[in-house]
Design a protein around this ligand. Structure first.
Ligand SMILES: [Zn+2]
Ligand SMILES: [Zn+2]
Length: 101
């Protein structure tokens, strides 16, 4: 299989960019059959935009479990499943407990 450099026009900004032989080989090795539609700059921009908006605000990545603080009895949420026999602390008490140890 041999590849040739291709010139592709970015569907986002209209700039022509080179789809290099190395990239085509990389695409082929990944099993991709489609050519890239966007220039590297626009691809980067889209990637960072997705990470910037999603993640933290949506909260879908990290599941939080409701728990009651063993120290002050306040309801809190922890990023792990509370186990019986293991005290869970709210963020206030947790920092205090840690310091006292
Ligand atoms: Zn572009
Ligand atoms: Zn507490």
């Amino acid at each position: 299989m041999s590849f040739e450099e291709k010139s592709i026009q970015c569907s986002d900004c209209g700039t022509s960019f080179t789809f290099s032989v190395e990239e085509q080989e990389f695409f082929a090795s990944k099993g991709y059959t489609n050519e890239p539609k966007r220039c590297p700059a626009c691809r980067e921009a889209r990637k960072s935009a997705r990470y910037g908006n999603g993640g933290y605000s949506s909260g879908s990545r990290r599941q939080m479990f409701p728990a009651v603080c063993a120290q002050c009895g306040k309801e809190t949420e922890v990023p792990f499943e509370p186990r019986e026999g293991r005290p869970v602390y709210c963020s206030d008490c947790y920092s205090r407990v840690r310091v006292n140890k």
